[in-house]
Ligand binder design. Structure first.
Ligand code: ADP
Ligand code: MG
Length: 711
């Protein structure tokens, strides 16, 4: 997919993101030597970190700044600068962008905030600024951002104090962050734990260039091996999904931390589907489908990125823990197992070698260095590391270092043991430096050896778990429309009651139970006789969506007397629960039996389009909240695979030898997913709840659909 390019008005080609990330010249508006000012810090950082292009400091009051010739205005520069950076007061930004665009600048970074981040007025001004830039084919980063840090290009267009260091390590991790402060913080913390970047960009309000533009750049950038993103809201969700696919095809791991997980279900729900498949859950499913790894915090993201960058082909299923403390090792092992990771079981030759170093009964995973045989064996770290790194049944090593004497020597020794004769790390290893200042010597030792580390076990465990789950990725299959399944003839619109909703899903081939709507107790008995006892009676009212909440469902009616009594009871209960309700009658239904009730739902997600959701239903809907979500349509293979990951799977698979009709369930899910696909032009919510499952098949006994033209 191509980046969304602005209309070309000028004849000059629009700059590519690659050109903007490596500008040949930079004008700094408000440049200064004053380090309390943005323009002062930015100019100094740019010079300090070895920018190779031409700098045009703009300051009408100065001849020179830091020995560079200054210019009174952007109009006075001897050439059109590739890039212009500014942190002016908000009301001055538009005029300056107009001037820069008129001068022919190809790109601009607006650090200033209070645009679309601060309401409608700011948003309107932001749009005007974008139009002013586009009129001259100028592109914008921001506003409300902290700019660009590109160690790989020696381009620092950022004033963060995190940059106040002698050298910026160049790594192969690319970072795109919607938050400027987080970009700078991540960068700073990463420096601390010896992790470097190829490029970091903060995209702010994304008025013009947005997150995906930079992710695309990073996918194509040869110096970037891993992509990290901090996301708040997506400007172009479909493009995000397409890029995730491209990144995967290109073999570039993409990791993401997404804010706003808890938004789901806040609006009053007509359907359970809408409350369980909120926008974060849908985004998570899109990420799962393309192996974009979602993490909860940026520390774990950087820890994982650093490991993958060092070991692109590595994996983390089976982990060995090596530690200076039995307690630290045990806690780490617990945390690993709780996250579904396996403690490595060493191969016999590995165990044999460890037995020469460790006392009997010691030397198993987790390995406590304290269990060594010889007091004088101070190189126990390198010896153990070398043996375990060579173990064929270990994927990754986790070193948990606690407060101990000579920790610096130990860390240096371990690091040495992990390197081969060419100085390459032989197997992925994670160092956790648990102590406070007492481990600073050890941290320095690791930095000197070029190893990253983290100060928190949780970050390492999260990173390992996420890496292991990357390794379990399976791509989705292409969905094929079930034979004979046609899209609904007329586009369904409106609110459909149970009978109408069931008629629609039945027309799609989803089994439903027999039912008939009646308006008197006599008619109810007649219907029950025709359907066969036992029957279920339900209230039919457009004003009662959740029927059992209004006392409107009675099951297990075995004869005429109980049907008659139930009829009067549910009509009375409905009148009490919702006095103003219009009551259209009572539905008499065949009873479906089965040990499992599922929900199969669908809706149109405003960002990603039609989705299907399924999991435990009926009374379990709130109790077993884990649900599978996937964009529709869904292939049978994938429906089966997602079912296997649900907590209800054991029930379906034949817990106590009673295997239920899996294929019927898969077929129902696939058919609902195609209905969702066919309804994609509508804003819709569909609940099939419950779908009752037994050994022989499944049957929908309740459904509700609401659909309107998409806005
Ligand atoms: P609502 O969801 O509007 O409260 P349902 O029609 O789903 O009403 O009925 C509530 C519960 O009653 C279902 O979850 C199911 O356990 C049971 N039930 C409803 N209809 C049937 C039926 N035909 N056969 C068996 N059980 C039923
Ligand atoms: Mg229901």
């Amino acid at each position: 997919m191509r980046p969304q390019e602005p209309e070309r008005v000028a004849t000059r080609p629009v700059a590519t993101v690659a050109e903007l990330m490596n500008p040949r010249s930079v004008a700094v508006i408000g440049a200064s030597e004053d380090q309390t000012k943005f323009g002062g810090r930015l100019l100094r950082m740019l010079i300090r970190h070895g920018y190779g292009g031409t700098i045009y400091p703009i300051n009408p009051g100065r001849e020179t700044l830091f020995g560079l010739r200054a210019y009174p205005s952007i109009a006075a520069t001897p050439e059109a600068p590739d890039m212009v950076v500014m942190a002016l007061p908000q009301p001055k930004v538009k005029a300056e962008i107009e001037a820069a665009a008129a001068r022919g600048a190809r790109g601009g970074i607006i650090v200033t905030a209070k645009f679309s981040d601060a309401g409608a007025e700011g948003a309107a001004l932001e749009r005007e600024i974008v139009l002013a830039a586009r009129a001259h084919a100028m592109r914008l980063i921001g506003p409300n951002c902290l700019g660009v840090i590109s160690p790989a290009n020696h381009v620092v267009l950022c004033s963060s104090p995190a940059l106040d260091v002698d050298t910026l390590p160049v790594g192969s991790i690319g970072l795109v962050s919607q938050s400027g402060a987080l970009m700078a913080t991540i960068f700073d913390r990463a420096l601390d734990v010896n992790v470097g970047f190829s490029h970091c960009v903060s995209v702010g309000n994304q008025a013009d260039l947005e997150l995906c533009d930079f992710v695309e750049y990073l996918i194509d950038d040869e110096r970037t091996n891993v992509i990290c993103t901090y996301i708040e809201g997506l400007k172009a969700p479909r493009r995000f999904a397409a890029l995730a696919h491209r990144a995967r095809e290109a073999g570039k791991p993409w990791l993401a931390v997404k804010a706003g997980r808890t938004e789901a279900g806040s609006r009053a729900a007509y359907s359970h589907t809408a409350s369980i498949a909120g926008s974060h859950a849908v985004l998570a499913s899109v990420c799962r489908d393309e192996n974009v790894t979602l993490l909860d915090d940026t520390g774990a993201m950087i820890t994982l990125a650093a490991a993958i960058a060092r070991h692109p082909g590595g994996r983390a299923r089976r982990v060995a823990v090596l530690t200076t403390s039995g307690g630290g090792g045990a806690l780490a092992a617990d945390a690993l197992e709780a996250r579904g990771l396996e403690m490595a079981r060493f191969a016999p030759e590995t165990a044999g070698k460890l037995a020469q170093v460790y006392s009997p009964g010691q030397g198993g995973n987790p390995i406590d260095f304290g269990g060594r045989k010889f007091e004088e064996a101070i190189n126990v770290g390198s010896v153990s590391a070398r043996i375990v790194a060579a173990d064929p049944d270990t994927d990754a090593l986790l070193f948990v270092l606690t407060t101990a004497p000579m920790l610096g020597l130990l860390a240096d020794d371990i690091a040495g043991g992990l390197l081969d004769e060419n100085g390459h790390e032989t197997k992925a290893s994670f160092f956790v430096m648990q102590p406070g200042g007492a481990a600073d010597g050890a941290r320095d030792a690791l930095r000197a050896r070029g190893f990253p580390f983290t100060n928190h076990v949780g970050e390492a465990v999260d990173a390992l778990a996420a890496w292991a789950s990357r390794g379990r990725f399976e791509p989705r299959s292409v969905a094929t429309r079930p034979a004979g399944l046609a899209p609904p003839a007329a586009a369904p619109r409106g609110t459909f009651d149970e009978a109408a909703s069931k008629a629609l899903i039945a027309s799609c081939g989803v089994p439903v139970n027999a039912s008939s709507t009646v308006a008197s107790a006599d008619a109810a008995v007649a219907a029950a006789e025709a359907i066969g006892y036992p029957v279920v009676l339900k209230i039919v009212s457009p004003d009662i969506v959740h029927k059992s909440d209004a006392g409107g469902v009675v099951t297990g009616l075995g004869d005429a007397t109980s049907v008659r009594a139930a009829y009067d009871r549910i009509v009375a209960a409905a009148r009490t629960a919702v006095p103003a309700a219009r009551i259209d009658g009572v539905s008499v239904q065949a009873t479906a039996r089965g040990p499992l009730e599922l929900i199969v739902g669908a809706r149109r997600d405003p960002q990603f389009g039609p989705i299907v959701v399924f999991g435990a239903g009926g009374v379990l809907v709130e109790l077993l909240p884990a649900r599978a979500i996937a964009t529709a349509p869904l292939a049978a293979d994938d429906a089966r695979r997602l079912l296997r990951e649900l907590p209800v799977w054991p029930v379906l698979a034949g817990f106590r030898g009673r295997a239920l009709a899996l294929e019927a369930v898969v077929d129902a899910i696939v058919r609902v997913s195609w209905l969702a696909h066919d309804l994609r032009d509508a804003d819709f919510e569909l609940d099939v709840n419950p779908l009752i499952v037994d050994e022989h098949g499944c049957c929908a006994v309740d459904a509700r659909l609401r659909a309107q033209d998409a806005r």
